[in-house]
Ligand binder design. Sequence first.
Ligand code: LLP
Length: 409
Amino acid sequence: PPGTRLAPDGQIVLGGCLVEELADQYGTPALLVDEGALRMRARRYREGLSARWPDSRVAFASKAFPCTAVYRLLVEEGLGVDVASGGELTLALAAGADPADIVMHGNAKTEEELLLAVDAGVGLIVIDNFDDIDRLERLVPAGGVQGVLVRFTPGIQPDTHAAVSTGQAGSKFGLLEPEARQAIARLRGSDRLRLDGVHVHVGSQIMDTKPFLQAVEAVADLGEFAVYDLGGGLGARYTYTDVPPSIDDYLDTLVTAARQLLPATARLLIEPGRSMVAETGVSLYRVVTVKHGTPTFVAVDGGMGDNLEVSLYGQRFEATVATRVGAGDPCILVGRHCESGDTLSTHVPLADPQPGDLIAVPATGAYTYSLSNNYNGARRPPVVFCRDGRSRAVVRRETYADLMRRDLP
Ligand code: LLP
């Protein structure tokens, strides 16, 4: 499956570790991360972009996997961080991110969050609306200067799920054409806010390069700036049939367009989230029960508590019995939650699944940890980094006591 390899006896190996041994050591469900693969993707992005456009930065869109170990690893690899809330900002700072390399987003940033960002020395705050400008002008102390970008909504509709399209007219994010120009004009007259440039992000899980080219054309139309932040959005390979553009194809598209349309002295920023982490994660479950019939339901010990992607966006995942080769009749792999939509994978040909079998669901590194929840009192799974045959938990499993942690007597 994407992101894993098979040992000669058909067992799944991740980061040099046999997943069966990981299940014994850490229990199930568990979210396993191939640390080497994550570092490799970070380098491919960072080195790939700086080779093509020297004055450039890659900021990890941390909403895709906001745990401090992931922030720390990507900061070590020389990446900046995109945060979308005071919470993500706090995590990034705790993990040692340089505030100057943080970009702060949000379509409804509160005064408290803006103040946190200004006080921390966040390099760029993205203006999403006119209230952001009003608030920041009040919050930035006299004599201080805060760098900002204007988020432009270019009216581009990529071919992806409506819930993850953000660049179309009618999106709640950013400013459309006349308003974006008004914001730019207003910021040019501000003495506390320094307009460094513009930002565009057209959507997520984008499987062709055209929307990225259109995004560069759109920001180029707005004029010349010092910084162009081109957002994220590159698709990940979830299934055998998914063929997203490679990181290199994606960077070629952006930089070829930038060379033609943007000032050569400008700094380029990109904010990959999903494509950085999705294929580096594998969710591990144990089969609890098999209900034979048409269809056959295979129910595991996790589900929408640790992976909401299927219920929210109809995201498709592969799944396989982790300890046995071969394929059987198509089954529906379901979770343990009280909701019919609690499905992990449909029509997946599992090899003779039995209670107690280990099931691996690959490509679960993006937006699973971040959207995990305690529905039905589920305890969120541990995150385990695997590399060169060694493993370590970087987030522990929740306990029942954790479920009461915030309750007052
Ligand atoms: N930059 C901005 C401003 C964004 O809003 C996003 C994602 C990204 C970068 C990163 O995009 P990516 O490279 O991950 O596609 N909750 C959804 C995903 C929503 C993505 C929202 N914005 C999900 O679970 O699939």
